[in-house]
Design a protein around this ligand. Structure first.
Ligand SMILES: NC(=O)c1ccc[n+]([C@@H]2O[C@H](COP(=O)([O-])OP(=O)(O)OC[C@H]3O[C@@H](n4cnc5c(N)ncnc54)[C@H](O)[C@@H]3O)[C@@H](O)[C@H]2O)c1
Length: 249
């Protein structure tokens, strides 16, 4: 399918996991890509695996840096002449007993997972309004249900969901669609390197288990591609679970 031919997407977190799978999928669908991440070597690796005819731009920056977010959007528009889709996928985890979370760790997770999404949406909005584009924010099942030892992360992802819904309403008249995807467990470096805190209560941890096996990053990327396409024309302000039933009730 080439649903995104002639379109331009900017993807944060494109160096790994869900962001990398999204880059690959959107490129297969015909999009030109601004690949954004903090990690330059992972970005270069990602650019190398894209289909040969994909036009791409590499932007290395930290999404918690407001000026850098603005510059990345400006550079993308300068390079491709337009922006149709913003995928906010960069994110970090923090698993810790609540009373042991330091001020620095709380602020870092908030800055990357929530404030970074705000910076990117604000920087890209005018360009998206021009093309009646869309935003896809990678939230989490952790933004829909409380999780032990995950309070900072849960708070940021709940914030991403409400930011998504608010923008969907404010920009509906401009035909800019804004949606949040809420994955459960996905097999990526983020979860592969997950360490639960010492003395974590196994009963509380068991509540994190999905009903099905975890998802592969490409399965999340499929949903991103659908939301970015005109097939999803009537979907905005949605928080879409893709979590194997984890948050079904
Ligand atoms: N893996 C899961 O189970 C899962 C579940 C739900 C939601 N998510 C969300 O999906 C997104 C992607 O997660 P993933 O599992 O692919 O993780 P990942 O660790 O594989 O990839 C995250 C990418 O974000 C980049 N990044 C981190 N901090 C950054 C910063 N400050 N500026 C720019 N780039 C930065 C990293 O370099 C990395 O390439 C995250 O927002 C995560 O919260 C993941």
């Amino acid at each position: 399918m080439q649903r995104l031919k002639g379109k331009v997407a900017l993807i944060t977190g494109a160096g790994s996991g869900i962001g990398r799978a999204t880059a690959l999928r959107l490129a297969e669908e015909g999009a030109s890509l601004a690949l954004c991440d903090l990690n330059i070597s992972q970005l270069s690796d990602c650019a190398k695996v894209l289909p040969g005819d994909t036009e791409s731009l590499i932007c290395q920056f930290d999404v918690s840096d407001s000026d850098a977010c603005t510059k990345a959007v400006e550079d993308s528009v300068a390079r491709f002449g337009r922006l149709d889709t913003l995928c906010n996928i960069a994110g970090v985890a923090l698993c810790e007993h609540f009373t042991r979370i330091s001020d620095e760790d709380w602020q870092r997770v908030l800055n990357i997972n929530l404030t970074g999404v705000f910076y990117m949406c604000r920087a890209a909005m005018n360009a998206l309004v021009k093309n009646q584009g869309s935003i896809i924010n990678m939230a989490s099942s952790a933004g829909r249900t409380g999780q032990a030892y995950n309070s900072a992360y849960c708070a940021t992802k709940a914030g991403v969901i409400m930011l998504t819904k608010s923008l969907a309403i404010e920009f509906a008249a401009d035909n800019v669609r804004v949606n949040a995807i809420c994955p459960g467990m996905v097999d990526t470096p983020l979860t592969q390197n997950f360490v639960f805190p010492e003395n974590a209560d196994p009963l509380l941890l068991s509540r994190l288990s999905p009903l099905l096996d975890g998802a592969q990053p490409g399965e999340i990327a499929s949903l991103v591609a659908y939301l970015a396409s005109s097939e999803a024309r009537f979907i905005t302000g949605a928080e879409l679970p893709i979590d194997g039933g984890q948050t079904a009730g």
